[in-house]
Design a protein around this ligand. Structure first.
Ligand code: SF4
Ligand code: SF4
Length: 254
């Protein structure tokens, strides 16, 4: 595996062949039917200040702390955004899922959470015909449900299969996370928390509570942030770094 220790910046030159092979096999494994699908912080933006490109919010996942069989992050995300299930796991909305993937070359198995990677160059935004899919100045990628026409181009364009289409009428919505039948949605990096000045996400908080500390939220641009400090300490990987999307979600231990 290789290093990538420049937080928040495109650094594809550091992605070597070994990592690409492993990550490619990881992505391929995630697409195979039958694959086992099985916190912390710095000061966030004060709520009375506008979104700025002076920060780039991101998540760092330490797969060595991610516990096989644990779904605390998934459960917390579902609860936070009221992602109710309709008994149709292949189509029910899911903003975060846990993957267990095996490197075919080495036999090594890793468990990791997969959500929208909040790409700096998001294909989902490029293909959206209405502008509903957009990236904020602070790096968070969102869908404007009022503009989304449900064409699902973004779902096809996303290399991480991170987006869900809402097939059902939604009840009991959270006011901070509006959802709508016939629209597309994905992880918002708990933007409602960010915008009120919180310094963690529901998944990272739950992971902490479960005692694993596998997910860390923070500002990738701030060299003094905890997330930046940890990214300097150990090798960091972007899933499918070969696509040069400069993801806001980074991984360690793979
Ligand atoms: S992971 Fe997918 S949905 Fe998220 S920003 Fe990248 S392309 Fe868009
Ligand atoms: S489904 Fe909505 S967000 Fe996705 S490409 Fe179509 S209009 Fe844009």
């Amino acid at each position: 595996m290789t290093t990538e220790n420049i937080p928040g910046r495109a650094n594809d030159d550091l992605a070597d062949a070994a990592r690409r092979r492993f990550v490619s096999s990881l992505a391929a494994a995630a697409a195979v039917p039958g694959l086992i699908l099985q916190t912390v912080a710095e000061a966030a933006r004060p709520a009375d200040q506008p979104v700025t490109d002076k920060v780039r919010w991101g998540l760092l996942v330490d797969t060595e702390n991610c516990s096989d069989g644990c779904d605390a992050c998934v459960t917390a995300c579902d609860k936070e955004h009221n992602l109710e299930g309709f008994g149709r796991p292949t189509t029910d909305a899911q903003w975060i899922r846990t993957l267990t993937a095996k490197d075919k070359r080495t036999g090594r198995v890793v468990t990791l959470p997969m959500m929208c990677q909040h790409c700096e160059h998001p294909p989902c935004v490029d293909v959206c015909p209405t502008g509903a899919s957009f990236r904020r100045a602070d790096g968070i990628v969102l869908v404007d449900k009022h503009i989304c026409i449900g064409c699902r181009y973004c779902m096809m364009a996303c290399p991480y299969k991170a987006r869900s289409f809402v097939h059902e009428t939604i009840h009991d919505q959270k006011t901070y996370a509006p959802r709508g039948k016939g629209t597309v949605e994905s992880c918002t990096m708990c933007v409602h928390r960010v915008d009120r000045g919180d310094n963690t996400t529901a998944c990272a908080e739950a992971c902490d509570r479960a005692g694993h500390q596998a997910i860390l939220f923070g500002d990738l641009y701030d060299p003094d942030s905890e997330i930046s400090r940890r990214m300097r300490e150990r090798d960091v990987t972007q899933i499918r770094a070969d696509l040069r999307l400069n993801t806001g979600v980074r991984y360690q231990g793979i």
